[in-house]
Design a binder for this molecule. Sequence first.
Ligand SMILES: C[S@@+](CC[C@H](N)C(=O)[O-])C[C@H]1O[C@@H](n2cnc3c(N)ncnc32)[C@H](O)[C@@H]1O
Length: 301
Amino acid sequence: MQLKSLFTSESFYLSKILYFKTLLTKINIHETAFVTASFRMGDVALSKDRYAYLWSKSSIDIHAERYSTAVSSYEPYAHCLRNRYFYDTINELMNKNKIEVLINFGCGFSMYPYLLENSLDYIEIDKSDVVTHKKEMTTKWEREGKLPRRKITYLEADFNLRSQDKLYEQVIALKNGRKSFILLEGVLFFLSKDDTKRLFKLFDRIQEPDEYLGSVSFLPQLEKQLVFKKLIDYVESNLEKNKRFQYQTVAEKFYRNLKNYELMNHEDTFSLSARYEPKRFLPKEEVLNEHMYLLKKTSIQ
Ligand SMILES: C[S@@+](CC[C@H](N)C(=O)[O-])C[C@H]1O[C@@H](n2cnc3c(N)ncnc32)[C@H](O)[C@@H]1O
């Protein structure tokens, strides 16, 4: 009995030490991908990400929980809504035979290839740490039968690089003239304005008329809200940043004026909440409102 209580109290203190060690460790930009996966795990019926749990680990789940407490308790919900919106949008375009390849820039640990049908081809692009780990784990889980088999190519990239010619060549060869949906989700906050312009030029080079582009960003107006200041405070003390980090927000006119593209749809956390959970109340001041844009490349160049 005595031994048992000693063991219990020791493991209690060990777990506390581990917990506080986790709190003191900063996470890298690429590790934010684990945090968003952890959020999607919170409401699978809404997010549709039934495989997010595979990425779960206690150190990251602690960060995700701590982030929600410090910044906004609505963050897990907002991330589930975002995933659901793109899941439904891509599904619909796929069913109408409007897309053949999904190209996810800054894919992190999102699981669209496994949530959507096998009829699409998938190109997953991110920093080398992310794609190396993602490829290794998904290959293992496919072998073990935890994930269905999919046609996925993983590409390493750094969107901070001045030249994206190598990435262009790789994507063009894989795309092979097929109709694409490019997704840029949860990435723009981490990039500079120049990196962003370069990336959208790359999208324009990759895509042909009538192909689709989905992008997510915050509006500049959000910068005045307390919830955004809380986000910055959190990032300052908990994230290893690089020199390019400017807490980027993007005005709607950037998308409206994007050369060769037409804005087809614009949603935000509130409109998606009204669509998917109409009875749920969202307090305006406490939500880190994200905006989702759906664009289509125009036929007249
Ligand atoms: C918050 S996560 C979002 C991941 C995923 N799109 C999602 O919604 O769950 C941000 C992702 O952007 C990637 N990223 C950030 N800066 C990048 C850069 N300069 N080059 C390539 N990937 C980058 C990170 O590695 C990370 O996977």
